[in-house]
Design a protein around this ligand. Structure first.
Ligand SMILES: C[S@@+](CC[C@H](N)C(=O)[O-])C[C@H]1O[C@@H](n2cnc3c(N)ncnc32)[C@H](O)[C@@H]1O
Length: 311
């Protein structure tokens, strides 16, 4: 029997577009190159996504065959093109190397296109809605430096850079292929005030008290609890006194029963969600010494937002 899909795509428009592609007629398979890698999702990819939601096992098989032929932005083996000036290569935690997230082995660069088109299905992975959320959190601020932890393809960093065109925004990630993709994407979007670097979010090379805003979006639920706590502490270290921080991440439900139900629903694509529920971001943020900690649930999508200030 097929495993039932654990979640439905969040965005109703993307779901409707995907459902226009019939499951029983396979659209022509596109050739994805570095020239068209930023193109909108093709019918073949919509069909494949629909298959994944309805018959995960078969869908994953089709996806793996498709991914085998995908291109990615490459660079020198020592990643010297994407390190902050003078910085050594980051340590890479074993869980990041070995545990596939969303069925995606993070060290495999060919998955970048697949992460890019997934932005259609998960609201926060698009620049515009992320920008709206940040405007609500940070509207009226005049930050000069902003750091986005675990930036992935760079969506939240680009949203922050658009919102604060006067600021220097830096996005960091452990995946060299995401960092290189984010750089190209920002270039295409003509966002000049954002830079991306290869860094371990729990051990960055940035100076103490050197940013006005720090953010993480959907990063802490992807790792063992001590690694996530390390990132919260690092966010505090690099933030200046009076600076503001935000965490946009999976909802921490009110009861243990609800939390465990969420962990069960996401079994497979979210291997560390049980660890995340033990973490309790809000409590970790308070314990880390942040003040004015508050939590809101955004009505537009499935996430929780915690904001705080460094004393
Ligand atoms: C689910 S993605 C979220 C990406 C992005 N923030 C977004 O909202 O679209 C999680 C990202 O965190 C990155 N990541 C996980 N652990 C990290 C670490 N210790 N240091 C830097 N990046 C990390 C992963 O490589 C991945 O790109």
């Amino acid at each position: 029997m097929n495993a039932p899909p654990t979640r439905a795509p969040q965005d109703p428009r993307a779901r409707a577009a995907m459902e226009q592609v019939p499951l029983d007629m396979v659209p022509p398979k596109p050739v994805i190159t570095l020239e068209n890698i930023f193109d909108p999702e093709t019918d073949y990819e919509k069909w494949m996504m629909r298959l994944i939601w309805t018959d995960r096992e078969r869908g994953q098989k089709v996806r793996e065959e498709w991914i085998a032929g995908l291109p990615y932005f490459d660079g020198p083996a020592d990643n010297s093109d994407i390190l902050p000036p003078g910085a050594p290569p980051p340590n890479v935690p074993l869980h990041w190397l070995r545990v596939p997230i969303h069925f995606t082995p993070l060290p495999d660069p060919r998955y970048t296109r697949s992460v890019y088109i997934a932005k259609n299905y998960f609201t926060f992975t698009r620049i515009e809605p992320a920008q709206e959320l940040f405007a609500r959190i940070y509207g009226g601020s005049r930050p000069r430096r902003i750091l986005d932890f675990g930036t992935g393809l760079g969506t939240s960093a680009m949203a922050l850079a658009r919102l604060f065109p006067q600021a220097e925004v830096i996005g960091i990630d452990l995946a060299p292929h995401f960092v290189r993709f984010a750089r190209k994407w920002a270039e295409r979007e003509r966002i000049p005030n954002v830079t991306f670097y290869l860094q371990h979010a729990g051990e960055t090379v940035f100076a103490d008290d050197s940013f006005d805003i720090v953010n993480e979006s959907y990063v802490l639920h992807e790792m063992p609890q001590p690694e996530a706590a390390k990132i919260v502490h690092e966010m505090r270290r690099v933030l200046r006194p009076g600076g503001r921080a935000s965490w946009v991440d999976v909802i921490y439900d009110d009861t243990e029963e609800e939390r465990q139900a969420r962990v069960q629903r996401a079994r497979g694509p979210e291997p560390f969600l049980g660890e995340y529920m033990k973490l309790n971001v809000e409590q970790t943020v308070r314990a880390s010494g942040f003040i004015n900690v508050s939590k809101l649930r955004d009505p537009n999508w499935d996430c929780m937002v915690i904001t705080a200030v460094k004393l």
